[in-house]
Design a protein around this ligand. Structure first.
Ligand SMILES: NC(=O)c1ccc[n+]([C@@H]2O[C@H](COP(=O)([O-])OP(=O)(O)OC[C@H]3O[C@@H](n4cnc5c(N)ncnc54)[C@H](O)[C@@H]3O)[C@@H](O)[C@H]2O)c1
Length: 367
């Protein structure tokens, strides 16, 4: 197989889809690996390291797509990449198609094979390729949120952990999955007051047991959300319905309830966002204001913590990559049945039920 590793071009995206160690293992299995020049720089891997591993450096994005039949990357293909994608080419990356109809339709036209990290789902509901990036996003959300509450960032000037004789901040986390639980770890460590909501009572019970009344848990419904947002200094949205668009849990009309200068962070923005007033932002311009409330909606938070994120991501993607490049798709799915959920688009056909319903596309069952 000829495998291509493009340099990520999304704003401030410093991750890379494959490490030199991964390249070395693929070369040992007689594959050819092309890496775009400087693709690994943002994650601490030099071109020389890729060459020593047996990879070949190419100097343009166009050549990576032209010469490879399997592309491994991190973020969804950007406009320029769409023009290079070839028929039958396999693209293995995060796609988040539920939040991007235009991209979905363009990829269908391209007749490529889109295997999405985020919809590879084990029988027990575990999302093995979303998990590590959700850990990064969850942990960094509180660090970044604390920073953007400072006065110099047009926040209310509150230090989340407080000091002796002053109040600590109140952090409201909506969604107690991987992002939510990792945000909770940091929030708790900071000494903030934390309240976490979910519709999954088992998750709330687990957190009550672990944190022994040091945090508050609450069932997520409209009434409770309206109550807690009126007390929140930092409100972090982390809900997910796998593969689907996120439900809108805070509406524009609710913003008047939130104290001025508080910060709304929509981590679910890659699935369309869980606040009505959320629009995707970049690391360069992460914040905007609606009705006096600051919003942070960066779609690729882990890209800013690239050393950790690239290692954490490739630790889990590599085993799937290896099975995909060494087998037919059908054989790969026999080895790892969860891969079937990852195949969102297949040679011009929509093979994901949720996406087909969202965009009124005919659903084709694969295997
Ligand atoms: N912005 C970024 O850079 C970034 C990075 C990583 C992950 N994410 C996104 O963060 C989101 C969460 O990921 P995760 O791995 O934590 O998912 P997860 O499946 O582990 O957790 C999601 C949680 O949301 C809960 N939930 C669903 N509907 C709810 C509702 N109405 N109210 C309250 N809770 C509800 C679920 O019960 C679950 O516990 C995903 O959209 C993921 O793509 C974004």
């Amino acid at each position: 197989m000829i495998i291509g590793v493009p340099r990520e071009i999304k704003n401030n995206e410093n991750r890379v889809g494959l490490t030199p160690e991964g390249v070395k293992k693929l070369i040992e299995q007689n594959h050819k690996v092309y890496i775009e020049k400087d693709a690994g720089i943002g994650s601490g891997f030099s071109n020389e390291e890729y060459i020593s591993a047996g990879g070949q450096i190419l100097y343009s994005l166009k050549d990576i797509y032209k010469k490879s039949n399997f592309i491994i990357k991190v973020k969804e293909p950007q406009e320029i990449e769409l023009s290079f994608i070839k028929e039958n080419q396999v693209i293995f990356t995060y796609f988040h198609l539920a939040s991007n109809e235009k991209l979905t339709r363009k990829l269908i036209e391209k007749k490529c094979i889109c295997i999405a990290y985020e919809t590879i789902e084990k029988e027990n509901g575990f999302l093995p390729l979303l998990f590590p990036m959700s850990e990064v996003a969850g942990k960094s959300s509180v660090i970044l949120g604390g920073y953007f509450l400072s006065k110099v960032n047009k926040g209310k000037g509150l230090l989340l952990g407080g000091t002796v004789g002053t109040r600590s901040g109140k952090i409201v986390i909506i969604g107690a999955g991987t992002v939510g639980q990792n945000a909770l770890k940091i929030a708790y460590g900071l000494g903030a007051n934390v309240i976490i909501l979910d519709i999954d009572i088992e998750k709330l019970k687990y957190l009550e047991d672990i944190y022994q009344n040091q945090i508050e848990t609450l069932y997520s419904n409209r009434e409770n959300i309206l109550k807690v947002i009126s007390e929140g200094d930092l409100i972090i949205g982390t809900v997910l319905i796998p593969g689907d668009r996120a439900p809108k849990l805070i509406l524009k009309e609710d913003l008047k309830l939130i104290p001025k200068g508080s910060l709304l962070m929509d981590i679910s923005i890659d699935q369309g966002g869980c606040f009505e007033t959320s629009v995707p932002t970049t690391h360069e311009n992460p914040i905007y204001e609606v009705d006096g409330i600051n919003h942070y909606c960066v779609t690729n938070i882990p890209g800013a913590f690239s050393e950790t994120s690239t290692k954490a991501l490739t630790n889990v993607t590599y085993k799937y990559l290896e099975v995909l490049v060494n087998n037919s798709l059908e054989e790969a799915i026999k080895k790892y049945p969860e891969l079937v959920g990852g195949i969102n688009l297949y040679k011009g056909k929509c093979t994901n039920k949720v996406i087909s319903k969202l965009y009124n596309l005919e659903f084709h069952k694969l295997f």
